[in-house]
Unconditional design. Structure first.
Lengths: 274, 294
């Protein structure tokens, strides 16, 4: 009896701890929302009955070309993902199903990109993008990420697990290499494509340093760079408006995450464990 | 016949690989090589072409106190993040794995920072640290503390950055521990309970060793992230005050795009590449055999 009581106490204590940490973890976000929907004079005063306002959003919206930034970010993440799907699928297929000269060496060389991502090579990649005449374009931001060793690795694992009988059956029916890839491998790898897609979109939606380096006009800037310029102390906009802009920027991805929580967590897990 | 079939296989495979090889080569391998080459030259200005300098850039680097400072900063940054975020991630995973009221909500709360852009997070945390009006100072005032310039003080700025990074990453690491915990058969815990082992003893002697592969994986990821995450500095401190919060990649960015010395930036990039390579080699050579020790 006494032992059960003690256990119950510990369980209660742990629940309390877990909830306190959860609240602490959400605090920054809750705070951003609070400040975004209240007039500036309440942004540091937490009164339950403080008046609500949409004014911060209206003003933030008027101060910067958010629609343009949003379109740029959208173009950026979709073009990167589309290219990654095509390039990684073809390469992963070669690694998973072909015996060819130099396979091991090439695979090892590709894996180098898992550790040394284009993000740390900003100086030289800037030079390359400049030589290609693609500075300050959405394509210029996306180009270094379009082939991903990580995507190749993930898809190769999946393709390797496709039963040989299916491949043989396709061959008997006279399907070509590419038809087999399209009809047999790609449909079976759907969960991998979803997982990889979610991770890729989140990464490039949030990416900042490289886009900051290669862009210098409204025409190509993604949301993150737009937000950084907007929020810079030099811009002189007040805090409530900055939080409103911040909330607007994170809203699309945050809403997607809240709706498809399980898929997001599963995807990050799959992608991470490899 | 056999030979031509082999040839056909090779041609096919290489055609499939060609686009990916071109892209990865152009934006990963080629820039690694040109970083090395440019680190031996000085930067061409106007019509004057870059001249070969040999190791002069490296010499400059060794005598550059800022370089050593950002390198140490980066090391402390990594050391500040890794153990604490691992401890918090394990705690989170154990809680979320157990029978908890509102488990779904708690898990969501822990994981949310992972999907937020660092730049947005930095905006919010900047205000936490603001002197007088910021949340941290308001709380400190409740307890009778005074006002602090958290980000303006070289003694506190790094801790502020470490706290931010732990908050951003712990929930991400949690999911790997969660997956590992779910692999541990429940009868192990029951057996331990029957033997009269306490929970802490069970954790220390059974659970923690079984989580070791995950811990190594998380350590490596956290280490790499500590060297390539600098977005927050651009918003919050610009590396200041007096480079107290600057990190290697941020210094590279500054040298290349503010001081416009791309040769010296290439030299600094080589150091970053070596660090990342050492972590990678460590992972493959030292850790991989041990990860599968079970």
């Amino acid at each position: 009896m006494n032992q059960i009581g003690e256990r119950g106490f510990y369980a209660w204590l742990e629940t309390l701890g877990a909830w306190l940490l959860a609240i602490l973890w959400l605090l920054p976000l809750v705070y951003a929302f609070w400040s975004a929907v209240h007039p500036p004079e309440f942004s540091t005063e937490f009164k339950l009955l403080a008046p609500l306002t949409a004014n911060n959003f209206v003003r933030a919206w008027g101060y910067a070309p958010w629609t343009r930034y949003l379109i740029n970010t959208f173009l950026l993440v979709t073009s990167i993902l589309a290219a990654q799907y095509v390039l990684c699928t073809l390469a992963a297929y070669a690694f998973a199903r072909f015996e060819f000269w130099g396979r091991e060496v090439l695979f090892a060389l590709l894996l180098l990109q898992l550790m040394i991502r284009p993000d740390v090579l900003i100086v030289e990649n800037y030079r390359i993008i400049a030589n290609l005449g693609l500075l300050d374009t959405v394509l210029g931001i996306g180009l270094p990420y379009m082939a991903s060793a990580f995507g190749i690795f993930l898809l190769r694992q999946t393709f390797k697990s496709v039963p040989t009988e299916l491949v043989e059956a396709a061959r008997v029916e006279g399907a070509s290499t590419l038809t087999t890839l399209w009809r047999v491998f790609v449909p079976l790898a759907k969960p991998t494509y979803v997982a990889y897609g979610l991770v890729s979109v989140s990464y490039h939606w949030n990416n900042f340093l490289w886009p900051l380096v290669v862009t210098n006009s409204v025409e190509s800037r993604p949301l993150t760079v737009g937000l950084a310029i907007f929020g810079a102390p030099e811009s002189g906009v007040d805090w409530s408006i900055i939080t409103a802009a911040t909330v607007m920027t994170i809203a699309p991805l945050l809403i997607a995450f809240l709706l498809f929580q399980r898929q997001f967590i599963q995807s990050f897990l799959r992608a991470g464990i490899r | 016949m056999q030979y031509s079939k082999k040839l056909w296989m090779n041609v096919n495979a290489w055609l499939l690989l060609l686009p990916a090889v071109v892209f990865v080569g152009a934006f990963t391998h080629y820039p690694i090589v040109t970083s090395l080459i440019h680190s031996f030259y000085n930067f061409p200005r106007g019509n004057r072409p870059g001249a070969f300098l040999g190791l002069e850039n490296y010499d400059q680097m060794i005598n550059d106190p800022i370089f050593w400072q950002v390198l140490w900063n980066n090391l402390w940054f990594a050391l500040g993040i890794i153990p604490t975020s691992i401890a918090i991630a394990i705690l989170m995973a154990m809680w979320v794995n157990g029978k908890l009221v509102g488990r779904g909500f708690v898990r969501m709360a822990y994981f949310t920072p992972t999907v937020l852009p660092m730049i947005a997070v930095a905006n919010i945390w900047l205000f936490f640290y603001t002197p007088e009006y910021g949340l941290l100072d308001q709380i400190s005032r409740l307890f009778g503390g005074g006002s602090h310039n958290w980000l303006g003080n070289p003694d506190t700025v790094m801790w502020c950055m470490i706290a931010l990074m732990i908050w951003k990453e712990a929930g991400f690491f949690m999911i790997f521990y969660l997956a590992a915990l779910q692999q541990i058969p429940p009868d192990l815990g029951e057996a331990a309970a029957i033997e009269g082992a306490g929970r802490w003893y069970y954790f220390r002697r059974v659970v923690f060793p079984l989580l070791m592969p995950t811990t190594l994986f998380v350590m490596i990821n956290a280490g790499v992230d500590a060297f390539k995450t600098v977005d927050q500095l651009i918003i919050m401190t610009k590396g200041g005050p007096d480079n107290a919060s600057s990190l290697l990649l941020y210094y590279i960015y500054e040298v290349a795009f503010t001081f416009l010395d791309s040769s010296y930036a290439a030299t600094l990039t080589m150091v970053l590449l070596v660090i990342l390579a050492v972590i990678a080699i460590g992972q493959f050579v030292y850790f991989d055999p041990r990860i599968h020790y079970q």
